[in-house]
Ligand binder design. Structure first.
Ligand code: NAG
Ligand code: CA
Length: 349
């Protein structure tokens, strides 16, 4: 067989050989894609591959969870495994519950998709407090931030269903927000974390008919949060922050708490995908230096007005520049056109 192939190849021209090699490359590419997709792996348009990491994921049926040392997840407080969900808290007052991964995460670029359900008997705005998703240095700590510790080190994503700060007229709840903590900053519960958050969005996630999902992507130090809560099966932008620096070896978790007001806070699935992204050598070096979580630039909600003023100035400046550019183009155009006419006239006479 091999000798036959060699004989065939020898007899064909180089041009044909080139075509053969091109065709075989296509076939290999096609096979790779076919095999990849049959493995249940998704591909982005821009060539980013994602792989489900089972050790950091939770989904039905929630087998092998709990106290056995072989399980990847550990329970805390009043959280409990039910056939259809992990109930972080039932619809009862003053309850806390959490679930924490036992395995530190060394995946640099990832996407987390969470299906959750918040529901209860309470009337609108008579329910609380919400739930949080974590990627933190410490795990299994009971505290005041949706059932987990304050002054945390790492990333917290909050699904806040109760407005504690009555002055928040411009925010409609439930409100989803994100915070990066370095261990010395406090989440201010009375202000719904307003003083430290990286922004967020309103999302009607309580007592809904349709399934509710949250997507958190951390790719090349960019934090993106999206929601799918309208039953439209599409991701809606919620938050997008570049320059978020998170060290390696932190733990994923989810927690919830009720107070005077309550809800059922259910985690249905928690799926972590590793994203494979190419990095430049500079980006590689950047990552190695991260020892404490930080954000390069946080838009302080208190200086928003000033920022807006600045952006109006920028727009004005851009406008002036474009007007000048337009004038220059017209003048040059007219000049060239005149010269062209001049030349033609010269040729005619
Ligand atoms: C932690 O973050 C706060 C607020 O961003 C900052 O003022 C403080 O210096 C940081 N602490 C350390 C140890 O970097
Ligand atoms: Ca709140």
């Amino acid at each position: 067989m091999a000798t036959l192939l060699i004989k065939l190849n020898v007899s064909v021209s180089t041009r044909k050989m080139y075509l053969y090699s091109l065709a075989s490359k296509f076939i290999i590419l096609f096979l790779t894609i076919a095999i990849a997709s049959s493995n249940g792996e998704n591909t982005y348009d821009d060539g980013i591959y994602e792989f489900l990491k089972r050790e950091y994921s939770l989904s039905k049926p929630y087998q092998g969870l709990g106290s056995s040392s072989s399980s990847h997840w550990e329970f805390m407080g009043n959280s409990m495994v039910m056939p259809e969900q992990i109930r972080l808290t039932p619809d009862l007052q003053s309850i806390q519950g959490a679930v924490w991964s036992r395995v530190p995460c060394y995946i640099r670029d990832w996407e987390l998709r969470v299906q959750f359900k918040i529901h209860g008997e309470g009337k609108k705005n008579l329910n609380g407090d919400g739930m949080a998703l974590w990627l933190t240095k410490d795990r299994m700590q009971i505290g005041q931030v949706f059932g987990s510790a304050n002054f945390f080190t790492g990333l917290g994503i909050f699904i806040d269903t109760y407005p504690n700060d009555e002055k928040q007229h411009e925010r409609t709840f439930p409100f989803i927000s994100a915070m990066v903590g370095n261990g010395s900053v406090s989440y201010d519960h009375d202000r719904d974390g307003r003083t430290t958050d990286l922004g967020g969005c309103t999302a009607h996630v309580r007592n809904t008919e349709q399934d509710t999902f949250l997507l958190i992507r951390y790719m090349k130090n960019r934090l993106t949060v999206m929601t799918d809560v309208d039953g439209k099966q599409e991701w809606k932008d919620c938050l997008d922050v570049p320059g978020v620096r998170l060290p390696q070896g932190y733990y994923f978790g989810a927690s919830s708490a009720t107070g005077d007001l309550s809800d059922n806070h259910d985690l249905i699935s928690f799926k972590l995908y590793e994203l494979t992204v190419e990095r430049s050598p500079e980006e590689e070096e950047d990552q190695q230096e991260i020892t404490l979580p930080s954000v390069d630039y946080r838009v302080d909600p208190n200086v928003n007005i000033e920022d807006e003023g600045r952006s109006i100035l920028t727009v004005f400046f851009l406008f002036i520049v474009s007007v000048v550019a337009l004038v220059v183009v017209v003048v040059v155009g007219l000049f060239l056109y005149n010269q062209y006419k001049e030349n033609r006239r010269k040729r005619f006479y």
